[in-house]
Design a protein around this ligand. Structure first.
Ligand code: HEC
Ligand code: HEC
Length: 362
């Protein structure tokens, strides 16, 4: 009888011990983040299996995105050119400023819905999001830093050692882990909460100019700026002559094929209200000037797209209506989402001042 009790007691302790160890392991595990594909959207192309999203990885990416130490002189974090209130483009700059105040060669695009892109940059020269940060970090006109020096800086920081451990299980800090964490942060920037999206979900309705603008958009613009991403991600020449200083021939630089001369990736029109100036080198300062280009100044060359080579017919009225529609693509939820603000932002301010809260509300 005594032996029987002792055995039960031992079994009890063994089970309690196992569950205690199990619980301990659980608390050290990372917290998976869910990537929600908006209803009716295509499946993302990013392979999340190779880089599962976790809260810890996301927070590490966020810290890196806002950390000037990724650049040579400490002044140019990713966020210096990718500003949240401009949908992560550079606000009001045709070209962005980088190291030694040099100018980038292209206009910084907004960053959102990156999980659906196979190729990056205006010419598609980078074919994986995880490789993308290496370009600005080493570009002498952008962050001008050597990747090994960046990794050394991170390794010598105790906070980073802790965060890498939390995100990846141990304190090893290398380029691959750094870029994966940055990808996690950028991937979560999904833009699907504009008025347009609410209308599509049946939660809101367009006013008359917006509705007329949407009809014109579907006829004259949607073949390239295709819904729901507002880009078909193809490369097209829309008849901008080459800038004689920048000499940027776009896609041709990557493919070395003359047929790709002056072709650039079709940019998304989501958030276009706040990503001005426009085009690959930011030469267009307003939506009006952009549309004026389509109707008046398309330059014909052998690679000019057949959809625009004879100009797109647009009346002043139609331009007004199109503008009203494009404004419905502004996603004020993304622009104000504190998850994407600098680390610690939530603690410093509870809410934006009232006068800043409704500027983009349509
Ligand atoms: C000095 C300004 C500057 C800095 C700093 C910078 N970028 Fe960029 N970014 C740009 C410009 C300009 C482009 C477009 C370049 C091109 O098309 O050749 C771009 C393009 C991108 C793209 C591709 C977007 C698309 O739609 O193809 C991503 C993603 C990106 N940057 C993320 C980052 C990350 C992450 C960092 C920090 C490691 C960073 N950027 C730092 C200016 C900058
Ligand atoms: C043939 C395909 C095509 C058609 C049709 C087209 N676009 Fe574009 N759009 C592009 C490409 C490509 C660019 C980038 C051009 C560049 O930078 O050289 C662009 C750029 C833009 C931009 C600048 C966005 C930015 O972030 O820089 C706006 C705004 C725009 N288009 C609006 C429109 C509107 C409105 C229409 C319909 C009236 C339209 N587009 C029709 C392909 C097209």
């Amino acid at each position: 009888m005594k032996i029987y009790k002792a055995v039960i007691l031992i079994i009890f302790f063994v089970i309690a011990g196992i569950s205690w160890i199990g619980r301990n392991n659980m608390s050290e595990r990372t917290h998976l983040l869910k990537f929600v594909v908006p209803e009716g959207w295509p499946q993302p192309v990013y392979d999340f299996k190779n880089n599962p999203l976790t809260e810890e990885g996301f927070q590490l990416g966020r810290k890196l995105f806002y950390d000037g130490r990724l650049s040579k002189d400490g002044n140019f974090p990713c966020a210096s050119c990718h500003q949240q209130f401009a949908a992560f483009a550079t606000y009001d700059h045709s070209l962005s400023h980088g190291f030694h105040n040099s100018l980038t060669r292209r206009n910084a695009p907004g960053l959102f819905n990156m999980a659906w892109q196979k190729e990056f940059m205006w010419d598609g020269g980078i074919n994986h999001l995880d490789l993308q940060p290496l370009a600005p970090i080493s570009d002498t006109m952008e962050m001008a830093e050597n990747i090994n020096d960046v990794i050394q800086k991170l390794r010598s920081d105790e906070e980073y050692r802790k965060m890498f451990k939390a995100a990846f299980g141990d304190e090893i800090i290398n380029t691959q882990r750094m870029t994966k964490a940055l990808s996690q942060f950028v991937l979560m920037m999904v833009s699907n909460n504009s008025k347009y999206d609410r209308v599509m979900r049946g939660e809101d309705s367009f006013n008359l100019p917006q509705k007329l603008g949407y009809d014109i958009f579907k006829q004259k613009c949607a073949s390239c700026h295709a819904e729901p991403l507002f880009t078909d991600l193809s490369y097209r020449n829309t008849g901008f002559p080459v800038d004689s200083f920048l000499m940027d021939y776009g896609r041709m630089k990557i493919t070395r094929n003359a047929g790709d001369s002056l072709k650039f990736k079709v940019p998304s029109l989501r958030n276009a209200q706040v990503t001005f100036p426009y085009s690959h080198d930011g030469r267009m300062f307003s939506l009006l000037s952009m549309m004026d280009h389509y109707r008046k100044s398309v330059v014909k060359s052998p690679t000019t797209d057949s959809l625009v080579k004879n100009g797109i017919k647009l009346s002043n009225f139609e331009i007004g209506q199109l503008t009203a529609f494009i404004y419905t693509l502004t996603d004020s939820v993304l622009l104000r989402d504190t998850r994407f603000a600098p680390p610690g932002y939530e603690k410093r301010t509870q809410q934006a001042p009232a006068e800043h809260q409704h500027i983009y509300k349509q």
